[in-house]
Design a protein around this ligand. Structure first.
Ligand code: GAP
Length: 454
């Protein structure tokens, strides 16, 4: 199969997502809200698959990680202790001429407000202010009073909810280091360089795992998690040529980090961070011990006390979803027709199979297809489609990444078999209708890789 002829653009993905109801701009009828999106039916299904696959790898299939779901609004002292109130900032500059605001450290990626558009600062008319720090946390107020004493924040990361629960979990979960706490939930950041679709959102769903280890083992665990997370993406079919690891230089690491590596994906906007893996050392537990007065430490059976180091793989479902969509998008000509196909790993695909009567107005075929659909939907998300020509129905499923279509035809009524069509190879085979469920179970367990893997 030939590689797609044109380079993939973000607009192509945005338009597919819109057309097929994966993702919409939020509150669109009021003109939308920058960098905020709503997920439609297929987007919700795909997100829930990604969440479940992460949870399975991080919690269900391990003995050493437990789950947590902490509140979004925490005591504001959490964010003072963590360093977010003082330091979770981006440097901003304003242009006095075009009145736009830019990130001072990303001027090369921005366009100034006048036409023809140039980089901010590039024309003699540009009049940029000195950079000043802008805090990315969203503020709110808790209770009836709206003054400084009631100020609280929407969490900018899920991690702090884990650190402040360290003692609770360590006591109750009957685990000793090395052990981890995993959490999935919304985080909020007042990002000032909006754009790039799901890549940088103001409201996103993070999946973070804090792994508490004896300090002497921290580096080995840091390497272990970089490798484990890389393998997770490859096992889910992300193409190796589009995924790389980049270790941060000392000057770009966050204030808490002893070492950080990004798993970068080659998005249409270039190589960008998909997931970060950091060695946070003892920073967070020490800070919260100091500020709260509660000792967040580990006491071994022999009485040895220490503050565990933390290794943290952190990612958002939104960035994973964008990477999977970009990696899967393909256009090809089959016969004399062009088709758009999402070559998603079957476990990631929103719909696992379509059940299609070849001739919908034939009562026999329609009835048999409906029966099969009703049996399969008890186990999997499947679709039953009886509108339009069969070719058009196949293409609709290709565009949302459905890996298989079962077609009920004349022969079904004679010998109780159906055809199964493979999304990627377009190969068709016949199988007994009574074996479809088992066939699907097996197919979803099989390894899958993109036909374009290099
Ligand atoms: N607890 C560490 C932490 O939050 P981060 O590098 O700021 O570190 C971790 O964020 C991950 O969260 C990123 O690798 C990315 O996947 C995701 N993420 C961060 N900001 C995001 C945003 N504005 N929109 C979508 N995803 C974001």
């Amino acid at each position: 199969m030939a590689e797609p002829a044109k380079p993939l653009t973000m607009d192509t993905i945005v338009s597919l997502c819109r057309r097929r109801g994966f993702v919409f701009p939020s509150s669109e009828i009021y003109g939308g809200l920058g960098s905020t999106y709503d997920y439609g039916h297929y987007g919700v299904l795909m997100k829930s698959n990604i969440r479940a696959l992460w949870f399975r790898a991080m919690v269900q299939e391990r003995d050493d990680i437990v789950a947590l779901d902490s509140a979004i609004i925490l005591n504001p002292r959490v964010w003072e202790a963590s360093g977010h109130v003082a330091g979770f900032t981006d440097p901003l500059v304003d242009c006095r001429t075009c009145k736009l605001r830019f990130r001072a450290d990303q001027l090369e990626l921005a366009s100034c407000g006048r036409k023809p558009s140039k980089r901010p600062g590039e024309t003699p008319d540009c009049d940029l202010t000195e950079p000043r720090q802008f805090n990315l946390m969203f503020e709110t107020h808790v209770g009836a009073l709206q003054d400084e004493s009631s100020t609280a924040y929407l969490r900018p990361e899920t991690a702090q909810g884990i650190f402040v629960n360290f003692k609770n979990v360590a006591q109750l979960a009957r685990r000793k280091p090395p052990f981890g706490i995993a959490q999935v939930g919304k985080s909020f950041r007042n990002e000032i360089t909006p754009g790039n679709f799901l890549f940088r959102l103001r409201e996103f769903e993070q999946m973070e795992m804090e792994f508490f280890v004896p300090p002497a083992d921290a580096d080995a665990w840091y390497r272990y998690w970089i490798d484990a997370r890389r393998r997770w993406y490859l096992d889910l079919g992300l193409r190796g040529q589009n995924l790389r690891i980049r270790e941060h230089g000392a000057d770009e690491r966050s204030h808490y980090s002893l070492a950080t590596s990004d798993l970068e994906y080659l998005y249409p906007i270039g190589w960008q961070e998909l997931e970060g893996v950091a060695n946070r050392g003892e920073y967070d537990l020490t800070q919260h011990t100091r500020e709260s007065g509660t000792k967040l430490e580990w006491i071994d059976q022999d009485g040895t006390r220490y503050t565990p180091y933390v290794i943290e793989p952190a990612v958002s479902i939104d960035r994973i979803m964008l990477a999977f969509l970009c990696d899967a998008y393909d256009e090809e000509v089959v016969g004399d027709r062009e088709r758009v196909v999402l070559r998603l790993h079957p476990r990631v695909a929103p719909v696992k199979a379509a059940i299609l009567p070849l001739v919908p107005r034939d009562e026999g075929m329609a009835g048999r297809a409906r029966e099969l659909y009703e049996e399969l939907r008890r186990h999997y998300v499947v679709e039953h489609d009886e509108s339009g020509q069969i070719g058009r129905r196949y293409r609709r499923q290709d565009e949302i990444g459905t890996p298989w279509a079962f077609t009920v035809d004349e022969q079904t009524l004679e010998d109780e078999t159906v055809t199964v069509r493979d999304r990627d190879s377009l190969a068709q085979e016949r199988l007994p209708i009574s074996g479809v469920r088992e066939w699907l179970d097996d197919a979803l367990e099989r390894a899958w890789s993109s036909p374009h893997s290099g």
